[in-house]
Ligand binder design. Structure first.
Ligand SMILES: Cc1cc2nc3c(=O)[nH]c(=O)nc-3n(C[C@H](O)[C@H](O)[C@H](O)COP(=O)(O)OP(=O)(O)OC[C@H]3O[C@@H](n4cnc5c(N)ncnc54)[C@H](O)[C@@H]3O)c2cc1C
Length: 417
């Protein structure tokens, strides 16, 4: 089965990147996703010479494959964060909110053409036994001044056209955008500021050369004062220490044909982002052209696009039986970057900077992390709180194909109805 990515069809193909890398740059950024382009722009605005090298064509990565939900979300709630990490937990929670606010302001203030809407999120309990936990979670957010609302029973039909969930939390601080348009806008900003963006240019090694670095690429070496790796889930053997700390996990999306306005209103009266509480969570929303976009994954084992997306489509129809006769028009997948503690990480390996590990919620977070890391390199700000975490390697990373399905079985048990 060939993948068809809705977002790729809805924008003009991104223009080719700059053709040849420079021989030397103040900063080389590896990976032209949200994080890499945000970092490049900030550094170029400050007057540094910046080259971004991207292995694939521009607009190939997770940045143009995701669900387009703009979230201030960490996988751990504020209570757990504080119990586990104390003051650092409080600051990580604040940083995730700041990431959302900064990206929303950037989109609005700079007028980025990416269909952004402040739509809010409905976080749904997938089983009755989760309801008390969700109620506690809502209280934790409320106690920290977040605009959230616990909704249960008869309040739910005003939020979602589905009988599959007993309760949920509405988060005001959430939005949606067109991922590929957002990416194209970030690429244009970076270039406008003077950064070179060179695509189809795999970085093959980074080595030290005195106080500088040499980045070898498919199109020739670049001498660099600073190197930033922004490869997130697509971290390859370039920095082995980083690859060992990131687990790439597949996530799959289907979209339907455009729905009748009445059906669209019934399924999602407020056009929220929907996410459920499972380990193998589902995420779904209506696109501006009224298609249902539905994403998730069945397991941690390798699977074909057809199997993975058949499962996702069947799950969508179980949650919304009203979609039984509606055609699926697009199917695709991509990788999300999971870390051992399910939190993002920022730091350095042998002098090379990186930010990675958004655990499936990187639209706001990775964009913000790229900018913050760049501002730190410029000496303007401290590193974000996530830099204080110890970034532990994933145990038995090389043999993960064997043990991941077993972890997946445990997740499925936790996800039981
Ligand atoms: C199906 C799916 C749905 C998702 N839905 C959401 C969502 O709704 N909301 C949300 O917040 N997040 C979501 N995410 C996660 C989000 O897309 C990512 O966190 C974010 O895009 C990743 O950050 P990035 O854009 O900086 O990096 P990426 O887009 O992953 O880009 C990294 C780039 O690095 C390049 N690269 C790798 N190695 C090299 C090398 N050696 N040399 C040169 N280049 C290299 C890769 O080719 C890649 O293009 C989703 C992800 C997927 C896959």
């Amino acid at each position: 089965m060939t993948e068809h990515v809705l977002w790729h069809e809805q924008i003009d193909p991104p223009s080719k990147g700059d053709v040849t890398p420079p021989r030397s740059a103040d900063v080389v950024v590896i990976g032209a996703g949200y994080g890499g382009l945000a970092a490049a722009r900030t550094l170029a605005v400050a007057g540094l010479s910046v080259a971004v090298v991207e292995a694939r064509r521009l607009g190939w990565g997770a940045h143009a494959r995701n669900g387009g939900m703009v979230l201030s979300e960490l996988k751990l709630g504020p209570g757990v964060l504080e119990r586990r990490y104390g003051d650092l937990g409080r600051r990580m929670y604040a940083d995730a909110n700041e990431a959302f606010d900064a990206v929303e302001s950037m989109v609005r203030d700079e007028g980025l053409d990416c269909d952004y809407e402040r739509c809010g999120e409905l976080y749904l309990a997938h089983a009755e036994r989760l309801v008390p936990r969700l109620r506690r979670l809502a209280d934790e957010h409320l106690a920290r001044g977040e605009a959230v609302r616990f909704v249960v029973g008869s309040e739910l039909p005003a939020e979602i056209g589905s009988n599959a969930f007993p309760a949920g939390i509405v988060f005001d601080r959430a939005g949606s955008l067109h991922p590929a348009k957002f990416h194209a806008a970030l690429a244009a900003r970076a270039r406008h500021a003077g950064a070179l963006v060179i695509d189809e240019c795999l970085a093959t090694s980074v080595s030290r050369s005195g106080s500088r670095f040499v980045v070898d690429t498919a199109k020739g070496p670049i001498d660099a004062g600073v190197v930033i790796v922004a490869t997130n889930a697509y971290a390859d053997g370039l920095i082995p220490a980083l690859r060992r700390r990131i687990l790439p996990v597949g996530s799959y999306i289907v979209t339907t044909e455009p729905l009748d306005p009445g059906l669209a209103d019934e399924l999602s009266p407020r056009r929220r982002n929907f996410i459920d509480t499972k380990q193998f969570l589902f995420y779904w929303r209506l696109t501006p052209d009224r298609r249902m976009l539905f994403g998730g994954r069945r397991s941690l084992a390798a699977s074909s696009l057809a199997d993975a997306t058949d499962y996702v489509a069947a799950s969508m129809r179980r949650i919304h039986p009203q979609l039984g006769a509606v055609d699926i028009t697009h199917r695709w997948g991509g990788s999300v970057a999971i870390t051992l503690d399910r939190l993002p990480h920022v730091g350095r390996f042998d002098g090379v900077w990186y930010a990675a590990g958004c655990n499936g919620s990187g639209v706001a977070l990775n964009t913000w992390l790229g900018d913050r890391l760049a501002r730190h390199v410029l000496g303007d700000v401290d590193l974000p709180s996530f830099a204080e975490l110890r970034h532990r390697p994933i145990p038995l990373h090389r043999t993960r194909r064997w043990w991941l399905p077993i972890v997946g079985q445990w997740f499925r048990w936790k996800d039981r109805p």
